[in-house]
Unconditional design. Structure first.
Lengths: 111, 114
């Protein structure tokens, strides 16, 4: 069964610290992997999209990595800011472009 | 630039009532989607459309109907609302397949069925 699992479910860190969120998937065939940021009460916003041949991609202070062999991805946030408080969702696209969504990691940044 | 606009933002329905959620996009995107988001779960696809006049079922289509009479609009209908349809509904669009596109989401409709 195609699944996307994220860990941890929630995370609290102090402003200015770094953190890493994990995503494991069992989706096959694999097309691409996406990370979205979802603020409370808002729709998801795309952070990165990585295809099979890409193993790292950055968007400002966000850096996503992909290991297609182990079917794992991570999202690293550097020098966190209060505005980074949100849910971060890992999404894997099947070969036919169907999206399999993870349940997300809720990140809280404390001052 | 508005992007994807959903109306209404909030709604409370009684069991058995009907309603229509409207999604409008101004980016000339071919593909449009309706998702529902429930606590502790990933987004689940209800219905989608790959172009004007076309619709297709997603993962959880039962109890919902859709129409795409105009390219910019995608309507989601609930004919007889049930408490299990209490959820946050998101509309999304993207330009189409053939390349890896990000999805643009609306801000959601929070629906409560009592």
């Amino acid at each position: 069964k195609n699944q996307v699992e994220q860990s941890p479910q929630s995370l609290i860190i102090l402003e200015g610290k770094n953190c890493t969120l994990q995503c494991n998937y069992t989706v096959s065939p694999f097309s691409n992997l996406r990370w979205y940021k979802q603020d409370t009460g808002r729709g998801p916003v795309s952070l990165t999209i990585m295809t099979f041949s890409e193993n790292t991609k950055s968007n400002g202070r966000y850096t996503a990595t992909l290991d297609a062999d182990t079917k794992q991805s991570s999202l690293h946030i550097t020098a966190s800011q209060l505005s980074d408080s949100a849910s971060y969702i890992c999404v894997v696209s099947e070969g036919n472009y169907q999206l399999i969504w993870g349940a997300g990691t809720k990140l809280i940044i404390k001052p | 630039n508005a992007g994807v606009t959903q109306t209404p933002k909030f709604r409370v329905l009684k069991t058995g009532q009907s309603m229509t959620l409207l999604c409008a996009q101004d980016m000339n995107h071919e593909y449009m989607y309706w998702y529902r988001q429930d606590p502790g779960m990933g987004l689940r696809l209800i219905h989608y459309s790959v172009g004007e006049g076309t619709t297709a079922k997603g993962e959880v289509p039962d109890g919902y109907n859709v129409s795409r009479l105009k390219k910019q609009n995608f309507l989601l209908g609930l004919e007889s609302a049930a408490p299990s349809q209490t959820s946050v509904y998101f509309c999304a669009s993207n330009p189409g397949t053939g390349a890896v596109y990000g999805y643009t989401f609306g801000s959601g409709t929070r629906l409560t069925v009592v």
